[in-house]
Design a protein around this ligand. Structure first.
Ligand code: UT7
Length: 332
């Protein structure tokens, strides 16, 4: 990053998860699975599920309101709102526009970013560029997914993994040591087929057949995705560290996307850091898609695991395939 530009600094952080808990014991009654299989193969014990009367924008608004409050920023001061999601309220308009109306972000530009589980990295990287160039001084970045709306609760390959949630940050310029030090984004479109929602888009619009054949639900080649994930997350971690001018020995804490504890462990081993330096909450929330990194970041700040000056590495991986990393120095 060009040194004479300001850094983008996280000045507020907020999260939201629904109250309803779906446990492994609940899933045992729905599909042919066991608590033991889910715990050993994924590390997930329970996940949160959105009530019928709520949607992605509602969770986004809850998380964003907390982030704005913490930053001491009024909704009318926000100049840009970015929502990372693959489960927008509508195919169009963007969920960012829905959030804009609900929160009264009267002066903001608004758009969505659809990078699935690495969406938080993509949106935070995008927001960072606007802040660094001086185009905007107050940017709201949200990662929110009601992924339970796309999960087939008859498919044990996917239904045990996912949960709902939202996280949000406010970005503002800063000229000190703290802030975002590097952004790294990568993708491989040849991997589209490994993890996707076949029907519901323009390629296969919803029909009675597509619904009967359950084509509007997530389809995932778990094994293939797993193999790519550990490698890509390692690359993202190393590149974000290198671009920040740091070594892996400088990493104080890593906040990975929470897809599978075994993916996290494999990446951590390759990066050469210890699991003690990694924030893990997959046991309680499962894979919350674009919300996961912000949820783990917030939890690490709340519990005092992250302190001002710490070098925090965010790493994501998801459908597309997409992956990326952000190195930041925590604090205002
Ligand atoms: O968010 C980013 C994108 N997503 C991911 O990163 C997910 C990546 N993939 C994974 O996390 C793992 O591949 C899964 C958790 C999805 C699956 O774990 P796995 O260890 O890769 O299992 P597998 O697909 O190789 O299946 C092993 C066995 C199979 O049975 P057979 O063929 O060996 O008899 C599956 O049918 O486990 C079976 N299986 C299950 N058994 C009980 C698959 N799902 C379940 C289940 N309960 N829920």
């Amino acid at each position: 990053m060009t040194p004479d530009m300001p850094k983008a600094v996280i000045t507020g952080l907020g999260t939201y998860v629904p109250d309803r808990v779906l446990t492994n014991a609940d899933l045992e009654k729905m599909v042919d699975t066991t608590d033991e299989w889910i715990m050993t193969r994924t590390g997930i014990r329970e996940r949160r599920i959105l009530p019928d009367d709520m949607t992605t924008s509602d969770m986004a608004v809850e998380a964003a309101a907390k982030a704005l409050d913490q930053a001491g920023v009024k909704p009318s001061e926000i100049e840009l709102v970015l929502v990372a999601t693959v489960t927008g309220d509508y195919v169009f308009p963007s969920t960012a526009c829905v959030v804009q109306e609900k929160l009264g972000l009267s002066q903001a530009g608004a758009f969505d970013i659809g990078s699935s589980c690495s969406g938080f990295i993509a949106a935070l990287s995008t927001g960072t560029q606007f802040v660094r160039t001086g185009a905007f001084k107050k940017v709201l970045v949200i990662g929110a997914d009601a992924i339970s709306r796309l999960v087939d609760y008859q498919d044990r390959n996917t239904c045990v993994i996912f949960g709902d949630g939202a996280s949000a940050v406010v970005l503002e310029p800063g000229t000190g040591e703290n802030g975002i030090l590097s952004c790294y984004i990568k993708s491989d479109g040849t991997g589209c087929k490994h993890l996707f929602q076949p029907a519901g888009g323009a390629k296969q619009p919803p029909t009675i057949d597509s619904v009967t054949q359950r084509q509007h639900f997530i389809k995932m080649d778990g094994r293939e995705t797993f193999k790519k994930a550990a490698k890509a997350m390692t690359q993202a971690a190393l590149e974000a560290t290198r671009l920040a001018g740091l070594e892996t020995s400088d990493i104080d804490i890593m906040i990975p996307h929470q897809a599978n504890i075994r993916i996290i462990q494999a990446a951590v081993q390759r990066i050469g850091i210890s699991m003690d330096q990694v924030s893990v909450n997959i046991d309680r929330y499962g894979n919350t898609v674009a919300a996961s990194i912000g949820l783990a970041l917030d939890e690490s700040v709340q519990t005092g695991r992250i302190e001002a000056g710490d070098r925090v590495l965010l790493v994501g991986f998801g459908a597309g395939l997409t992956w990326g990393g952000i190195m930041l120095r925590w604090g205002i």
